[in-house]
Design a protein around this ligand. Structure first.
Ligand SMILES: [Mg+2]
Length: 344
């Protein structure tokens, strides 16, 4: 792994859905790539907005998929939300928990007294995802917040993916409570930077990197935390989405999948207005993107994808309207089987 991407870092902070697994299945190349990186000395944390299951349960699921994990490797937004409470309130303070038993356990582990009623005058309300959400529970939270309790949400995800599609996420419930009380919640989950900073601190990381598939949570959160972040194409955001990303959501490193961690990451340089990486070159002509090999409608190799993204970002930053750039970039396919892999 000499001079591999991962050899430049000590800790990897991995998103779960779309990076490690997709529903019940492992993401292609994730188990062996993470295992090999860990065998080579990288330490790992799994950083997730999912606050409905315990770290032990999530670690067990990862282990079953062949991804090395123990409970202490899983940093959930409920853990971070509990930490936010611990920074504000003394042990023994009363906290109204709206969420699963896993969230309740995290709050109790910080020494707080969990209560179920606004009548107990809690110091804070902590809201996490639970499939048992009801008008009664939401109203209990609203009453406590109106009574002066601090409002903390484990995450503000608008949706939650389930087998049948996108269901109502914790952020949509939080929005209803905000709408009713006028109080904006403090959020522990991505895209807030806290979860990355806490994870890096808990592992004593000196050179952490993050990995994610979602631009407006994983990438934005890591960028905001100042942690270099690798994007993989195995989940939500497509290569086209990445090329059109706004500055706050641009990854530092682009990959197809986690195999890239174990390979050298080529430097990207500029030759005038032409981006150069490996054998690939790209530039904006003023009306279209020009690649040194192939066109945008053909499958791109990794180097071509990387130079194209850099040139697209630079075009927007230098004043080309986003809509113009968007029109110039079709849906992209990134594939390792194109380009000059003659050495293999
Ligand atoms: Mg994800």
């Amino acid at each position: 792994m000499t001079d591999s991407f991962v050899s430049h870092f000590d800790v990897g902070l991995f998103d779960l859905d779309g990076v490690c697994y997709l529903g019940a299945d492992p993401v292609v190349h994730a188990p062996e790539s993470i295992s090999e990186a860990v065998a080579g000395g990288m330490r790992q944390a799994y950083v997730t907005n999912n606050a409905s299951r315990t770290p032990a349960a999530m670690a067990a699921q990862l282990s079953e998929l062949g991804i090395p994990a123990a409970a202490e490797n899983v940093i959930s937004s409920s853990l971070v939300a509990s930490q936010i409470l611990a920074q504000r309130f003394a042990a023994g303070s009363k906290i109204l928990v709206i969420g699963t038993d896993a969230l309740r356990a995290d709050v109790e582990a910080k020494g707080f007294t969990v209560v179920d009623s606004a009548d107990d005058q809690p110091a804070a309300v902590i809201l996490g995802f639970t499939p048992d959400m009801s008008w009664k529970l939401m109203s209990e939270a609203a009453l406590a917040i109106r009574g002066g309790a601090v409002f903390v949400a484990t995450n503000l995800d608008r949706t939650i993916p389930r087998e049948r599609g996108l269901m109502i996420g914790n952020g949509s419930i939080a929005k209803a409570i905000e709408n009713s009380t006028g109080v904006v919640p403090i959020s522990a989950g991505k895209p807030e930077p806290e979860i990355f900073l806490q994870a890096a601190q808990m592992l004593g990381a000196s050179r952490p990197f993050a990995v994610g598939d979602n631009l407006d949570t994983d990438i934005q959160g890591a960028v905001c935390a100042g942690i270099p972040v690798l994007h993989v194409l195995t989940g939500l955001a497509t290569a086209r989405d990445v090329c059109l990303a706004v500055p706050a959501q641009r990854p530092n490193y682009l990959a197809d999948d986690l195999r890239c961690m174990l390979e050298p990451y080529p430097d990207l340089t500029w030759d005038g207005d032409t981006a150069v990486s490996g054998h690939a070159r790209a530039r904006w002509t003023g009306s279209e993107f020009e690649l040194s090999s192939g066109t945008l409608t053909e499958p791109l190799d990794l180097d071509s994808y990387r130079v194209l993204a850099s040139v697209a970002w630079k075009a927007v930053d230098s004043g080309v309207p986003w809509a113009t750039v968007s029109q110039a970039i079709p849906e992209l396919t990134v594939s390792r089987s194109v380009g000059d892999h003659a050495q293999q």
